[in-house]
Design a protein around this ligand. Structure first.
Ligand SMILES: [Zn+2]
Length: 70
């Protein structure tokens, strides 16, 4: 089964400071970082969406691309 993750494009993780690693959980009430343990409930998505867009990315492709860039 493929896993799809909604990434918030351009969002920077407040924990590890990585860009494009913040994803939304399926019910949209939590955001989390795919790189570290950061997780936040009921984020202020209004602020995030102001300058960002939601991208749906296959997590397998994301990891493939990330590994390629390292
Ligand atoms: Zn992080």
């Amino acid at each position: 089964m493929k896993r799809f993750v909604q990434f918030i494009a351009g969002a920077i993780c407040p924990e590890c400071k990585s860009k494009d690693t913040i994803a939304l959980n399926p019910s949209d009430d939590e955001i989390y970082c795919v790189k570290c343990d950061f997780i936040e409930k009921r984020p202020e998505l209004k602020d995030l969406k102001k300058e960002s867009e939601i991208k749906v990315i296959n997590i397998q492709d994301f990891k493939k691309n990330r590994d390629k860039n390292q």
